[in-house]
Ligand binder design. Structure first.
Ligand code: HEC
Ligand code: HEC
Ligand code: HEC
Length: 338
């Protein structure tokens, strides 16, 4: 690996340009991008480590192992001041100027991210002594809906993978979200994460962190294990309102419990509800009367200001659902409580 810039305090654009243009002509397309990113990465390595594995003493987390979309959003947030904005955020304040000084051009960001993504995924040792059983309870109830039961993350919710991170960094980030030192810079996804940390003590943070470290560190590119299959939906056609068919409810079952509708991420599989969204299987309705058309309407409009739950529900859950798909998923929701 070439490390011609290591040990120099400032990046030398002229020299870099000559070498980069030589590299660009030698390789093509994606390879050229990664090669260019490798040169740029020399400026990140002093803090994030030669392999992007992180450095606890400097407070710089592992970045190898993160998804490209996540690296992109975080670099953007540092550059725009949505992250690293708080005077108590020593590490964020260390990274924020780097995001501007070291990666000035948008193409540079793309290149350095392509290189970071090509690095091996780190597998940091667990160093915390927390109560793993308590941590697991919290994780499954409060975190798994967004970060996945396996900790791999869910891009549709902007929730990153947690599997490459050291425990010292996980715990420090969780305290920052709780205290408004991170995630209160004016972005909706950071606010979602903050909402999840409401009321956490330091001890519960240590416990949930200890649990995260027990998760299997599978490579990020391996497909997630498939969820157990859904029980076939049995519906008595007599209970359905006019114009609604059993086939619609069955289609809706797939939408609700799969990645088309992502309803399960908040209402949980088959709708029992959780900390982020209400139970849809009982006859209690918070915002509507529970008739079929009222269910269609609320899925179309979302719930910007929930009655009892933190966060919100976006129109069509923020997914590109057609009107037919909304009517199908509403048919399924209608059957859940009847
Ligand atoms: C002076 C040290 C330093 C340098 C140089 C540096 N970083 Fe960072 N970086 C940090 C620290 C410290 C954090 C953690 C901030 C926090 O705790 O919120 C961080 C955080 C990040 C994050 C967020 C990771 C996450 O899991 O949320 C990304 C992405 C990142 N850096 C990318 C880079 C890239 C790419 C470069 C090189 C162009 C770079 N950094 C150079 C210190 C540095
Ligand atoms: C509503 C969805 C949601 C829930 C619930 C949620 N998270 Fe997050 N989490 C996110 C999002 C979105 C981000 C990225 C926010 C940002 O850009 O700062 C995030 C970021 C994080 C990070 C920082 C990762 C990094 O590389 O810097 C950690 C650690 C984390 N979450 C752990 C947890 C834990 C533990 C819980 C449960 C107590 C939890 N999350 C619950 C959505 C969620
Ligand atoms: C990001 C989390 C989230 C997602 C994803 C989500 N919801 Fe919701 N949902 C909520 C919240 C929050 C409420 C309002 C609860 C309140 O008022 O306290 C709600 C309310 C509802 C209601 C009305 C319940 C009542 O008692 O008033 C229905 C029906 C519903 N959602 C269906 C769906 C369907 C169908 C999907 C998928 C297309 C979905 N939701 C996706 C969070 C979510």
């Amino acid at each position: 690996m070439t490390r011609f810039l290591t040990g120099q305090s400032s990046f030398r654009p002229a020299l870099a340009a000559v070498i980069l243009s030589a590299i660009t002509t030698a390789c093509s397309g994606a390879d050229a991008l990664v090669a260019r990113g490798e040169q740029l990465f020399d400026t990140c390595a002093p803090c994030h480590g030669d392999e992007g594995e992180g450095d606890e003493v400097l407070g710089a987390p592992a970045i190898a192992g993160a998804s490209q979309w996540y690296l992109n959003t975080q670099i953007d947030k540092f550059r725009s001041g949505q992250r690293g904005y708080h005077y108590q955020d020593a590490e964020g304040l260390r990274m924020r100027p780097m995001s501007r000084a070291l990666i000035a051009e948008d193409e540079d960001i793309e290149a350095v991210i392509a290189y970071v993504y090509s690095l091996p995924i780190p597998d940091p040792p667990a160093t915390f002594e927390g109560d793993v059983a308590t941590g697991e309870e919290d994780y499954l109830l409060l975190c798994a809906n967004c970060h996945g039961r396996d900790g791999r993350g869910l891009e549709t919710l902007a929730a990153p993978s947690l599997l490459h991170l050291g425990d010292w960094y996980i715990a420090s980030s969780l305290r920052k979200y709780r205290d408004g030192v991170r995630g209160a810079g004016g972005d909706g996804f950071g606010a979602n994460m903050r909402a999840a940390m409401t009321g956490f003590t330091d001890e519960r943070i240590d416990d949930v962190t200890a649990y995260i470290m027990t998760m299997q560190r599978l490579p990020r590119r391996a497909p997630a294990p498939p969820p157990p299959p859904l029980a076939p939906l049995e519906v008595d056609p007599a209970i359905l309102p006019e114009g609604v068919t059993v086939a619609m409810a069955q289609e809706g079952q797939e939408i609700f419990n799969g990645n088309t509708g992502i309803c399960f991420t908040c209402h949980l599989r088959e709708g029992p509800g959780g900390p982020l969204a209400p139970n849809l299987t009982d006859d209690v309705w918070l915002n509507i009367d529970g008739e079929y058309e009222s269910i269609v309407d609320i899925i179309m409009t979302g719930v910007p200001q929930p009655v009892e739950h933190p966060g919100l529900m976006q129109p069509r859950a923020g997914m590109p659902l057609t009107d037919e798909q909304v009517r199908a998923v509403a048919a399924y929701v209608y059957t859940l409580s009847r």
